[in-house]
Design a protein around this ligand. Structure first.
Ligand code: PAF
Length: 293
């Protein structure tokens, strides 16, 4: 696996990779890799050759009081994991390569970026879409892979690719969980032993929502009340939001009668975790539901 540090080299390398009708896949990451990231690489390996992955802890998607400085960094271990997973090239630029002096151009998906995560983390998605647009522009992959754990992010990036007529197809891959249900996240590393146990309340709350939906509950307010009640039962948990939204615009729904997300953002101690449940009617007008959990 080749490690590439500069934009100029990455562009030239990607240009050569695209030659000869090869299918180029890109897996953008901020490092601190876990099985969720590896599942994106595995999917990319099945569908593309070569597979390029990136590691860049993007300062522009962290708010002033957020965890940019302490975000887990494990470059050597990440490199080994990527190598083992069969990544062909790793793009790992310095901050000054991506944001040189005088950088002042941003990409913002209006509306979608202001709700939920965007409301709690102002400017976050503007940072995400700006860096992802830059990565897509530098590599120009056929496919780029993102996880459904960050459901709103995945939706915003898909929307951006459509609005800006990008040639890259955005692939949204399933969420990966620990055997006990905790959604994989690099931020799980912040949790103490006690908090790790408490963090399971997110999974339990979503499981309870799924159960209610399976038993015929369709009323979003009722679902939200039970989600909040469940979250409040855990002493170390403070809910930021617990909402049922439509899966396209991420706007609140009254009833679950179309593709929806049940979305949670919860502080466990000082660590903010997100998780979600996707639900859609089996077919138009059907009472039967399909879940992605
Ligand atoms: O999901 C992430 O890890 C980041 O938001 C991304 C997409 C790599 C952009 O920095």
């Amino acid at each position: 696996m080749e490690t590439i540090r500069t934009v100029a080299w990455m562009k030239e390398h990607a240009r050569q990779a695209r030659a000869g009708n090869r299918i180029v896949g890109l897996v953008p990451t901020m490092g601190a890799l876990h099985a969720g990231h590896l599942s994106l690489i595995e999917r990319a390996k099945r569908e593309c050759s070569p597979v390029i992955a990136s590691i860049f802890v993007n300062p522009k998607q962290f708010g002033a009081n957020e965890d940019f400085a302490k975000y887990p960094r494990a470059f050597e271990i990440d490199m080994q994991k990527m190598e083992q997973a069969g990544v062909d090239s790793l793009f790992a630029p310095e901050e000054s390569e991506i944001y040189p002096n005088g950088f002042s151009t941003y990409v913002n998906v209006e509306g979608l970026s202001e709700r939920l995560e965007g409301r709690s983390r102002p400017g976050h998605f503007r940072g995400v879409t700006t860096v992802v647009m830059k990565l897509l522009q530098i590599v120009q992959p056929n496919f780029a892979y993102f996880g459904r754990k960050d459901a709103q992010q995945a939706r915003i990036i898909t929307h951006m690719a459509r609005d800006l007529n990008l040639d890259t197809e955005i692939v949204v891959c399933p969420l990966v969980r620990e055997p006990d249900g905790l959604a994989l996240s690099s931020r799980n590393a912040y949790l103490s032993k006690e908090e790790r146990k408490a963090a399971l309340v997110l999974y339990r709350a979503l499981e309870a929502a799924k159960n209610e939906l399976t038993h015929g509950v369709r009323d979003a307010a009722q679902l939200q009340t039970s989600l909040r009640r469940k979250l409040e039962s855990e002493r170390l948990a403070t809910a930021d939001y617990a909402e049922v939204v439509d899966a396209e615009r991420f706007e609140p729904v009254l009833k679950v009668n179309k593709p929806c997300y049940v979305l949670l953002a919860v502080f466990i101690g000082k660590t903010r975790l997100i998780d979600n449940l996707y639900v859609e009617p089996k077919s138009t007008g059907s009472e039967e539901l399909v879940f992605h959990f």
